[in-house]
Design a protein around this ligand. Sequence first.
Ligand SMILES: Nc1ncnc2c1ncn2[C@@H]1O[C@H](COP(=O)(O)OP(=O)(O)O)[C@@H](O)[C@H]1O
Ligand SMILES: [Mg+2]
Length: 231
Amino acid sequence: MDRYVLGERIDQSYLSVVYHGVERSTGRAAVLKFNKSLKHAPLLPRIMALDHPNLLVPSDVFMHDGSLVEVSPYCDWQLLSRVKKDVPLEVISGLGVQLAEALAALHGKGVVHHDVRGENVFVSTYFLQARLFDFDNACEPYFLEKSIDSWNDVPPEARTGACRVDFQWDVYQAGRLLQELTHSYDWGANKEIPKDRIPAGLLVVVQRAQADRKERYASGRELADALRRVS
Ligand SMILES: Nc1ncnc2c1ncn2[C@@H]1O[C@H](COP(=O)(O)OP(=O)(O)O)[C@@H](O)[C@H]1O
Ligand SMILES: [Mg+2]
């Protein structure tokens, strides 16, 4: 802990508290996340070894007073969840490719992110770059016995249970995010309709990313390749 100066609190949730900080030796702005849950700790070495432009991974990790502390470089971009209404149509497939490439890198290490949503994606000014973060829910593929009841978008098979949780989980959640960016809600018709000028090919890919497991892309790699073909 001596290596960092702790600043103001940024955010707090059930299991974690996030603070501004400064690394003493370099003076660099950092973010320190104190986590009560250690579930994902065994995967951190694999995640931290990834040097990928579309991932914001911890640069340091240690224990402090029973909490797992993850240090990340401070990112001054915006959360995709806050700016999703402003994302220009022209950049959606590009952001999708970047998100899928981030997943491909994680999947290549055998890691499921397991919490892909706009709250865990930073986007740069003008929406040209995206970085996925928050690895608290990361896991290795496993078999889910029971059903999951969640506020978040989880794949349909998880609502019934007795299914595999693997890279297709992330593909589905990325698909949901892209669905939100490419569609708007028609209150009259009571359904989501594609926004004007979204290429038909992109809509097909977004659909397949959210399809049942048999139809859904198998991994971030497959999704990234499909998105590139329609970009
Ligand atoms: N590297 C970072 N740079 C700037 N802000 C960050 C960084 N990491 C997290 N935050 C801020 O803290 C919030 C919570 O971080 P997150 O890791 O998503 O925690 P939680 O587990 O509570 O979702 C983010 O929404 C963001 O506002
Ligand atoms: Mg989060």
